[in-house]
Design a protein around this ligand. Structure first.
Ligand code: HEM
Length: 266
């Protein structure tokens, strides 16, 4: 199963053009959802106004070289390794989910656009990337869902309590899980059995929810977070610090209570 392109077998019942149109439609939904979110929340407008305001209190004008080095640091640390999450489980789970999803999406695009015909000879690397990506997303996403979510980790809510804010992580988990089960059942060659078709339908629905729900979910954080990290690093480099005061030049004294329990209440 892991070396089989599931979209190639699927092309016997669904034409490649239909699959390709579905992928393009999902991309359009992401763009539309993000744009409506930006217009509704006015977050990008606020972001640029704030950056303009902070620039006025800059202590120095950054050279092109300094700006480039801040951009490289932001990409290498804040974005590629989500350093905002610090060292530990939260960051490890996020990296698993993030890179798993990226592999799953790249694998889907390549297999659907280049190898979605019953006679295509898909290099095994692509189905492997797709299946490994799905497994990584399920591992990282479930770790987050069952153990690390603030509701569960800090507020002692049960893992099965679902709120609107969970739409993104649950749709992400569902699309990887249903995709994986569909691929497995299809590889068993059950012919006219219903099993793989049911999971194919669930895979399609979960993708519609994931990509169609951008406006209501946390999907767009993958675009906002890198922008915010870059602005924060530029503001630190030019001394404006987003109009925030510098850290106090005094020893950190939080009292003995700080040692009793790791900080985890928000
Ligand atoms: C394909 C790209 C990405 C995927 C699939 C992804 C996935 C996720 C998921 C599933 C969550 C949990 C959402 C929730 O609170 O319910 C999350 C949270 C988060 N993501 Fe991402 N993410 C991506 C990109 C990024 C990037 C590029 C950054 C930073 C530059 C980032 C920073 C964060 C942060 C700070 C959180 C909050 C984590 C927490 O509360 O523990 N993400 N992400």
């Amino acid at each position: 199963m892991i070396t089989t392109n599931p979209f190639s077998a699927l092309s016997e019942i669904i034409p490649a053009i239909a699959m390709q149109s579905f992928v393009i439609a999902m991309g359009v939904l992401v763009v539309l959802g993000t744009l409506i979110d930006i217009i509704h929340k006015k977050n990008v407008k606020y972001f640029f106004e704030n950056a303009k305001k902070a620039k006025k209190s800059a202590k120095k004008i950054l050279t092109a070289g300094e700006k480039t080095s801040v951009i490289i640091k932001t990409i290498a640390s804040d974005i590629a390794t989500t350093s905002e999450l610090g060292a530990g489980k939260r960051r490890a789970a996020h990296l698993f989910g993030m890179y798993g999803t990226i592999l799953f999406w790249i694998g889907s695009i390549v297999m659907i656009f280049c190898y979605a015909s019953p006679i295509s000879n898909t290099p095994s690397v692509w189905p492997i990337i797709w299946h490994v990506g799905a497994i990584m997303t399920i591992l990282g996403g479930s770790w987050f869902w069952f153990f690390l979510r603030v509701d569960v980790y800090s507020e002692a809510q049960p893992w099965y309590r679902i709120i609107k804010a969970d739409l993104f992580v649950l749709a992400l988990l569902a699309s990887s899980f249903f995709g994986l089960v569909w691929s497995f059942l299809q590889s068993l060659n059950l012919n006219d059995r219903w099993d793989d078709k049911v999971f194919l339908i669930l895979f399609i629905i979960s993708n519609l929810v994931l990509f169609g729900g951008v406006y209501w979910s946390k999907f767009a954080h993958m675009f906002y977070k890198p922008g915010a990290a870059l602005q924060k690093n530029l503001a630190e480099a030019d001394g404006s610090r987003d109009n925030m005061p510098p850290p106090a030049d005094a020893p950190e004294k939080f009292g003995p209570g700080i040692k009793r329990e790791a900080p985890k209440h928000y």
